[in-house]
Design a binder for this molecule. Structure first.
Ligand code: ZN
Length: 229
């Protein structure tokens, strides 16, 4: 594949109304943003609400640790997908095949319970003239994962970002995840933890490409089920 690296025109991307809001820029910050002291106090309140004493020795520094962890766990609110995919490989010449990236591991938090869900994302696309390095796709998944999410929104947001930035002929995204909130309920009811159904999101201007991508997703699901994972 002949390739030259080209920067995405970042300055105009922020004003590009053809891009979806969540693709064009990082989410607008909450105004007014709570102070660090307010956030620490909120964690103390939750500890007390759970029934423990936030002043006992083992818990004294917990609010600080929780808030410090938030910086990393929710760093996706400060990142913009266009920036992540800004360096693309263009002029791919006769390269005319699907790009398949499997098993991109991620950690996220569900927006309903603020509990972790972890899993793997699989991305397939057929480029026209823009291809990104594989690490960039992993970073894109990370941007959306490090926000409060649902599996469905995350799947479609990743697909939309790739579609709008790279403008491929077709794109399919599938996410497999285990949700802690579901696993814990399963444990309490003595039922085995269940994986929620995998959700492919696919789009393409050409129906044939769309069906190829969806078939690939279906094959991947079947393969996983066959292995019992
Ligand atoms: Zn949940």
């Amino acid at each position: 594949m002949d390739a030259v690296i080209k920067p995405w025109p970042k300055s105009s991307a922020a004003d590009d109304l053809t891009l979806s809001d969540h693709v064009r820029a990082a989410p607008a910050p909450v105004v007014p943003k709570p102070s660090r002291e307010q956030a620490l106090a909120a964690v103390r309140t939750l500890i007390a609400y759970a029934g423990d004493n936030p002043d006992r020795e083992g818990l004294r520094d917990t609010p600080k640790r929780v808030i410090d962890a938030y910086e990393e766990l929710y760093s996706g609110y400060r990142e913009c997908p266009v920036d992540v995919l800004e360096r693309t490989f263009s002029e791919i010449g006769r390269y005319d095949d699907f790009v398949l990236v499997r098993d991109i591991a991620f950690n996220s938090h569900c927006e309903h319970h603020m509990m972790p869900f972890t899993g793997k994302a699989h991305i397939a696309y057929k480029p026209i003239d823009r291809v990104v390095g594989l690490s960039k796709l992993a970073r894109l998944v990370d941007v959306y994962a490090r926000r409060l999410q649902t599996q469905e929104h995350m799947t479609s947001q990743i697909a939309t970002a790739i579609e709008e930035i790279l403008k491929p002929r077709g794109i399919a995204v599938m996410i497999e995840a285990e949700h802690m909130c579901m696993s814990l309920r399963g444990w309490k009811s003595r039922a085995p933890p269940r994986l929620p159904p995998s959700l492919p999101a696919a789009s393409a201007t050409a129906p044939t490409i769309r069906s190829v991508l969806l078939r690939w997703c279906a094959a991947l699901i079947g393969e996983r089920r066959g292995r019992g994972v």
